[in-house]
Ligand binder design. Structure first.
Ligand SMILES: Nc1nc2c(ncn2[C@@H]2O[C@H](COP(=O)(O)OP(=O)(O)OP(=O)(O)O)[C@@H](O)[C@H]2O)c(=O)[nH]1
Ligand SMILES: [Mg+2]
Length: 372
């Protein structure tokens, strides 16, 4: 067992000016503690290596220079793997995150007040520099809001966080899509009692931001994964519903188009428009909703999707007819019966799709597909 208590992991890319500054801040904040600083650098070639070598005479710090791999999230994971401390703290190098918060964060872990602590801009006492433009603020708010159902903190996007190393277990199951590695760890690690330490978030003075529009798209992809992890059935249902909604649009456009432009009779138009719509739904459910499931045998899968869709339609139409024929309430209010029919039909379709059409892969194959 190492006698290092706190390992501070700092991903860096071209942060040579900031490296000694953050080390000094940490050294002051953690006076009397046993700690180590691990910089994980992506071969910045800007003197970062020498800067750490120099300061390591006075402060317990080392640098790992990666030449094969790139990216903030994998850098953080590498740092966690190399760390020997009981507690891990991850923070940015650009002085946005105040080192003075570290003792408070670790204290919450030590006293079991929390099992994961984020440095937070959005709790009482937290703040950020005033000069954020409207778009930057909106962007950050929307991104934060999208992640809220996944965890119980107000600042889930924070890159400043801390947890007990043992509590996380292996880092192998972490999928470092995008740069919100704190969110990934908090959700996948299934931390039960996260807490927040208010911080003032300072904008960087030196160096440039490395995060761009591409990262934002990756963030959405990341969120989708985390929702699938945390709410597997609900997120499938939501996607199934969204696909069904777009399928309805395709169906309607073709149904009306055939009548308007080709002069077809409405029954014929109805009979034809079903096919492209059902194929559309099958395709998107196969590629999006049930990504991780069986992808073999397109034709048989399509056929069974058609069959279950017809079954769903029969249930939808059947319950509508029964309700509006025999139940006085629905005879008065047929639209309510229509809604119930749609819900019953969709419920059936969803269940059938999960059980018969897009089957679960056996575990070995699923492992291979996972992470793609
Ligand atoms: N190793 C490694 N570190 C990275 C990479 N991209 C960013 N970093 C580091 O991750 C931390 C956060 O990156 P920033 O560029 O500050 O991201 P940000 O805080 O969202 O953006 P700013 O507004 O510029 O502060 C910093 O310490 C960066 O040096 C990368 O690809 N590899
Ligand atoms: Mg920054």
């Amino acid at each position: 067992m190492s006698d290092v208590n706190i390992s501070i992991v700092i991903p860096t890319y071209q942060e040579v000016e900031n490296i000694p500054l953050i080390a000094a801040e940490i050294n002051t904040a953690l006076a009397g503690e046993s700690f180590e600083i691990i910089y994980v650098d992506d071969d910045s070639q800007d003197g970062s290596f020498d800067a750490v070598a120099k300061l390591s005479h006075e402060i317990p710090a080392r640098i790992i220079v990666r030449t094969e791999e790139r990216g903030l999230s994998t850098a953080v994971i590498r740092g966690i793997d190399e760390a020997v401390g009981k507690y891990i703290v991850v923070m940015d190098c650009d002085l946005s995150h105040p080192a003075t918060a570290i003792p408070h964060m670790v204290e919450k872990l030590k006293t079991n007040e929390a099992d994961f602590v984020v440095g937070s801009r959005y709790v009482e006492g937290g703040s950020f520099d005033e000069d954020w433009g409207f778009l930057r603020l909106l962007n950050s708010k929307v991104a934060t809001w999208l992640a809220l159902p996944l965890c119980h903190v107000k600042d889930p996007m924070s890159g400043f966080f801390s947890f007990e190393r043992e509590r996380l277990g292996s880092t192998k199951d972490l999928a470092p899509t995008g740069y919100k590695i704190g969110l990934e760890i908090m959700v996948k690690g299934e931390f039960a009692s996260p807490a927040e330490q208010p911080i003032h978030f300072k904008d960087r003075e030196f160096g440039e931001s490395k995060l761009d529009f591409k990262e934002q798209l990756l963030y959405l992809k990341h969120l989708r994964r985390l929702y699938k992890f945390k709410f597997p059935t609900a997120s499938e249902f939501l996607q199934f519903g969204l696909v069904g909604g777009t399928g309805f649009i395709v169906d309607s456009l073709i149904y009306f188009g055939l009548q308007l432009f080709l002069g077809l009779n409405h029954t014929v138009a109805r009979a034809i428009s079903f096919w492209p719509a059902v194929t559309w739904n099958w395709f998107w459910n196969r590629t999006v909703t049930f990504t991780d499931r069986d992808k073999s045998k397109k034709l048989t899968q399509w056929l069974s999707f058609v069959m279950t869709s017809l079954g769903g339609f029969a249930i939808n139409f059947g319950s509508y007819t029964l309700l509006t024929e025999y139940v006085p309430f629905f005879i008065e209010k047929p639209f309510m019966a229509f809604i119930i029919g749609v819900i019953m039909g969709m419920g059936f379709n969803f269940m059938a799709a999960r059980v018969f059409v897009f089957r679960e892969l056996n575990e070995e194959v699923a492992e291979e597909v996972k992470g793609k």
